[in-house]
Design a protein around this ligand. Structure first.
Ligand code: PEP
Ligand code: MG
Length: 587
């Protein structure tokens, strides 16, 4: 039995069997085959090699046209390597003699070749290592992409263990088959973690090299609340964890009771608590947990969940469903925030070197106008059905706002001409999630109807810390005084122009950060559905005057550690039930 700590990103305790999800760019798990399966594996290998060779021929022809015959020769070399008898025989032999899958044999033999080239003293050979890796990935993509073990093969629920998961993979999980998730990489606010929470799949990320240590069928325990994975647990431990689960279930019940209460502070200030959603079906949990509407609808998941770009009708159907489910409660639809970790780099023909600073969000939409317009039309049409607001993500310049408003006006005119209903007074707001927008908030306040602070990205860009990188998870600190100062200035700028300010980053669902936000003047919090009751309980236990004192003191500290220690110490006294006996807290 072994315990491994990671970052708990979605609560819940699960005991189950592991399913290691293959990823052709990483380790290929060794899977044994039966002797009668050898022929099938060899046929798969042949097919994958043939497909790769044809693909490379096409690449070579195109390259000849684009960059000239000489430079295109490299692809000729790739094809001849693929057709190399020695290489192929080596792979076939491994399948036959070691009774392993074609993908494991390909991975092993290509790696041996790469090691051999790497060891050669002549640098002309060492440069070939890249070519070999490239070739290996190409063949593996055909093997794993088309035939590899997939979740379809899981019979009962399994715990998916992977090096990394993209949000689109996570979205695609069948909730009946995937009972928990554990990954080597990732951070609390990475989109995969957000999706896991949205789907209520217990998850722990940032576990280092867990993937390499487990094989299909291994039994593990996932404790998503504490960020713990237990490999090969003994019976006592399993029993202990299962009884904890029951205790936690009861705890949820009391939070459900809290969900019914009015979110008013002890000194009578009303705070609006809304929910963040990625799918229309989540409106149900938001309302169940006591949310008063949706403050952030991450619509890019419409794109990520499907194979292709959604049509205007598909957008509209999703928004209509949300409006109907909300029954008159407000809905803020954020335009697609594609890019960075929400647009798998594999999808891009030219992967960006630095996607978090690349063509993402509003930049992406403004460069892909037909896609953007389709969504804007659908949002406008939905605005006729209920209280809808439109929010633009990752805004860094006034020009982006003006250009978007211009487009929206054009679309309004088109719709009016077509006789299609929409809300002429549709409120247009922006996310404040980069320091530039926070620092220029008073300028933006002249252009927009509302602000919503997105701490996930604001922290990432202010502290220069990748929100998805587990190695720097400890540096990802919403309570950093620099972040608090930016939020304070945004609130001041907004108030001067009567622009309402909400916060919809994950940190808004954390009671300690939420208390600081309230102290800084934020009166609307939009949080993951499961965090709504806990935030309501906080609101009913504290006064705004106290939050203001907390925030004032916090902002005067030098470091986030001081801020966190101070706020935790105070909140423990005000709300001891939010802290459990191991010191972790719940929203
Ligand atoms: C944020 O950045 O805080 C936010 C809410 O947006 P997302 O997490 O979707 O990037
Ligand atoms: Mg963001």
């Amino acid at each position: 039995m072994e315990r491994i700590s990671g970052i708990g990103v979605s609560p819940g305790i699960v005991v189950g069997r592991v399913f290691v999800l293959d990823d052709e760019s990483r380790r290929i798990p060794r899977r044994s085959i039966k002797p009668e399966d050898i022929d099938r594996q060899l046929a798969r290998l042949e097919e994958a090699v043939e497909l790769s060779a044809c693909e490379l021929e096409r690449v070579r022809e195109q390259a000849e046209q684009d960059i000239g015959r000489e430079a295109a020769q490299i692809f000729g070399f790739h094809v001849s390597m693929l057709r190399d008898k020695v290489l192929m025989e080596g792979i076939q032999k491994l399948v036959r003699e070691e009774l392993i899958t074609a993908e494991h044999a390909v991975d092993t033999v290509f790696q041996q070749w790469a090691d051999r080239f790497r060891a050669m003293p002549d640098s002309a050979f060492t440069t070939k290592v890249n070519d070999i890796t490239d070739l290996s990935s190409r063949v593996l993509a055909h093997l794993i992409g088309e035939h590899g073990t997939s979740l379809e093969e899981i019979e009962d629920g399994a715990i998916v263990v992977a090096a990394e998961l993209t949000p689109s993979q996570t979205v695609g999980f069948d909730r009946d088959k995937v009972i928990a998730i554990a990954t080597d990489f990732g951070g609390r606010t990475s989109h995969t973690s957000i999706v896991a929470r949205a789907l209520s799949i217990p998850a722990v990320v940032g576990l280092g090299s867990l993937c390499n240590r487990l094989s299909d069928g291994d039994v593990i325990i996932i404790d998503g609340g504490r960020g713990m994975v237990i490999i090969d647990p003994d019976d006592d431990t399993i029993e202990h964890y299962l009884s904890e689960e029951v205790v936690r279930g009861e705890h949820q019940m009391t939070l459900r009771e809290m969900a019914k209460l009015e979110p008013i502070t002890t000194d009578g200030v009303e705070i609006q608590v809304l929910g963040n959603i990625e799918f229309a079906e989540e409106v149900g949990p938001v309302l169940e947990f006591g949310g008063e509407g949706v403050g952030l609808y991450r619509t890019e998941f419409l794109y990520l969940a499907g194979e292709r770009e959604p049509t205007e009708e598909e957008h509209f159907a999703a928004y209509k469903e949300c409006v109907e489910r909300l029954g008159g409660k407000p809905l803020t639809i954020r335009t697609m925030d594609l890019g960075a970790d929400k647009y798998t780099q594999a999808q891009s023909r030219n992967p960006e070197r630095n996607p978090a600073l690349g063509l993402r969000s509003i930049r992406y939409c403004l460069k892909n106008l037909p896609l953007f317009k389709r969504q804007l039309r659908a949002i406008l049409r939905a605005s006729a059905l209920g209280p809808v607001k439109l929010m633009l993500p990752l805004v860094t310049s006034i020009d982006e706002v003006r250009q978007s408003k211009h487009l929206i006006n054009d679309i309004m005119e088109d719709l009016a001409e077509e006789g299609v209903a929409f809300d002429r007074d549709l409120q247009i707001g922006i996310m404040i999630e980069v320091p530039a927008a926070a620092l220029m908030a008073s300028n933006f306040a002249r252009e927009v109807d509302f602000f919503s602070v997105g701490t996930n990205d604001l922290v990432q860009y202010t502290l220069a810390v990748d929100r998805t990188n587990e190695k720097v998870a400890d540096v990802f600190a919403p309570a950093h005084p620099a972040v608090l100062k930016l939020v304070r200035d945004v609130v001041r700028a907004g108030r001067r122009r009567e622009v309402p300010i909400s916060c919809c980053g994950e940190a808004a669902g954390d009671i300690e950060f939420a208390a600081l936000l309230m102290g800084l003047g934020v009166r609307t919090l939009s949080v993951s559905p499961g965090n709504v009751p806990g935030i309501k309980r906080l609101i009913r236990s504290i006064s705004i005057a106290r939050c203001e004192r907390l925030a004032k003191k916090a902002i005067s500290f030098d470091s986030d550690t001081q801020v966190s220690m101070y706020v935790r110490d105070r909140l423990r006294k005000i709300l001891p039930e939010a802290y459990d006996n191991v010191g972790s807290r719940r929203g």
